[in-house]
Design a protein around this ligand. Structure first.
Ligand SMILES: Cc1ncc(COP(=O)(O)O)c(C=O)c1O
Ligand SMILES: [Zn+2]
Length: 277
């Protein structure tokens, strides 16, 4: 595939490597989604900036950002909290992101890296928010985008994806089928895969900023952080962000919707790790 968009500048993160969580092997940054040696999940490792702090520009390039992140941490007024709750409650308002969810952080970073590595288009499997984010940033950068959504995706999200001008593919079956379809499209077309389910290491890495921002906004470490969770990259990001800022870790609660079958997600990740090696 021609590197149609290779003139996009890379984010300022020289010295970055992809490290495998399973075998520890390191690899140069590339559009790869599993460890080339063993098929394990890849994580971004990079030297800390000379300032000793991570900055947004370590994760995204100016050409790709839409001003995502740095969202407000608002205190919920005591009248709205159960009288049985003695503490203070804060909400991180991720709906302030350009397409309306924290997925914008992930997509901005993954898209920045994809374009710097010469991807000619992007594909994303999503049950809504990630697809909207990918379509939004594709519109910003002018790259072709294909979004694969399961049948049960809410109509509002489908309308948002279409409104941004992306090609929408509705895939029969559950999310796993859309996930597989996006992998096939990425392989066939040489498109970058921006799917957010522990697939794109550059995107998952950017979620560290969520933890960093919460740590910065509060004087100490909160007792608990409850995190809306599907497959878990956001939980990882919050955890790592507190470590990045040298803070003690809060107790993390991964709050999943009742219908989510965590065991099935774990099984799928293992299966995909083994079959994609
Ligand atoms: C609004 C919202 N919250 C939380 C999640 C869960 O994200 P993760 O896959 O990082 O667990 C999603 C993922 O689709 C989402 O759209
Ligand atoms: Zn490996």
């Amino acid at each position: 595939m021609t590197a149609a968009f290779s003139t996009f500048p890379a984010p300022a993160s020289d010295g970055m490597l992809l490290a495998c969580l399973a075998c520890g092997a390191t690899h140069e940054p590339a559009l790869v989604y599993r460890c080339p040696s063993c098929g394990g999940i890849l994580e971004v490792h990079r030297p800390l900036a000379p300032s000793g702090r991570w900055r947004r520009q370590d994760f995204v390039a100016d050409a790709v950002t839409l001003g995502e992140g740095d969202t407000p941490l608002r205190e919920v007024s005591p009248g709205l909290v159960s009288p049985a709750f003695a503490g203070r409650l804060f909400v991180k308002d991720e709906t302030r992101n350009p397409s309306g969810s924290f997925k914008d952080r992930l997509v901005a970073a993954a898209m920045s890296r994809a374009l710097a590595l010469g991807a000619g288009g992007i594909v994303c499997a999503s049950s809504g928010n990630a697809g909207a984010a990918a379509a939004c940033y594709a519109a910003r950068t002018g790259v072709p985008a294909i979004i694969c959504c399961p049948e049960a995706t809410p109509h509002g999200k489908l309308a948002q994806i279409r409104a941004y001008g992306a090609t929408l593919e509705r895939v029969a079956g559950h999310y796993g089928h859309s996930f597989r379809r996006a992998q096939d499209i990425a392989a066939e077309r040489g498109y970058a895969n921006l799917t957010t389910t522990f697939l794109n290491p550059f995107g998952v890495d950017a979620l560290r900023l969520v933890g960093q921002e919460i740590a910065e906004a509060l004087d100490g470490t909160p007792d608990w952080v409850a995190i809306p969770t599907s497959s878990g990259p956001l939980v990882k990001g919050v955890h790592q962000g507190f470590l990045d800022r040298g803070r003690a870790l809060p107790r993390l609660v991964a709050a999943q919707a009742e219908g989510v079958d965590a065991k099935q997600i774990a099984r799928r990740l293992v299966e995909e790790t083994l079959t994609d090696a």
